[in-house]
Design a protein around this ligand. Sequence first.
Ligand SMILES: Nc1ncnc2c1ncn2[C@@H]1O[C@H](COP(=O)(O)OP(=O)(O)OP(=O)(O)O)[C@@H](O)[C@H]1O
Ligand SMILES: [Mg+2]
Length: 229
Amino acid sequence: MILETRNLTKIYRVGKEEIPALRGVNFTLEAGDFVVINGPSGSGKTTFLNLIACIDKPTSGEVYIDGQPTSQLSEGQLAELRKRKIGLVFQTFNLIPVLSAYENVEYPLILLGVSRKERYQRTMALLEEVGLKDLANRRPDELSGGQRQRVAIARALVTNPKLVLADEPTANLDSETGKQVMSIMRRLNEEHHVAFLVVTHDPMVTQYAQRTVKIRDGQLFDGGRTNGA
Ligand SMILES: Nc1ncnc2c1ncn2[C@@H]1O[C@H](COP(=O)(O)OP(=O)(O)OP(=O)(O)O)[C@@H](O)[C@H]1O
Ligand SMILES: [Mg+2]
């Protein structure tokens, strides 16, 4: 089991108001799984991913990454865990604008202290896998939305994480490009045996899932397994 959440709750406090964003979420993700969590705006999707990525802390409950409970870890230990085990893909791609596609993908390997030669091999291999080897020297503003998201996917995979978290990865893409991006994620999921957890309001994305879970008002409803696309 690469990920488990136990009775996870998150209550945001704004002044005197309490906003319950997650209400006791129990969830497990097996190694190599591809799960889509689908639900409307405000249902708690981003909150859930932020807690799993240890970017934010729950009000109560526990997140286990690769068997390890995360609530007692220091900030430094959490940063290490994120760097080594988790890849992130965002709605707005979040590439560094002044860096080329190559440099964006290479960046997490610099943070891990990987040698230049190995960085080159791993970065080029991932760029090739997402079909962007020939565009390696372009900056993000010289790439289309779909190409930018493919750079972001390559960056998320280059460290060989066990888990990739994607928040609305198709929201800024037209539907055809969105499908291409989902196909690439599904292929990398199988080839690298890395688990994906994708959250989205877009029902199209659920076609690509091995398992779909619905989220509503901070609660999950498991929709069971399919073969995926
Ligand atoms: N920092 C915050 N402070 C207060 N309330 C918040 C905060 N972040 C989110 N919320 C509230 O928590 C609930 C869940 O928000 P969240 O962003 O997780 O939803 P979401 O499913 O990702 O929505 P979307 O599809 O619009 O991205 C919403 O009611 C939201 O208003
Ligand atoms: Mg969101």
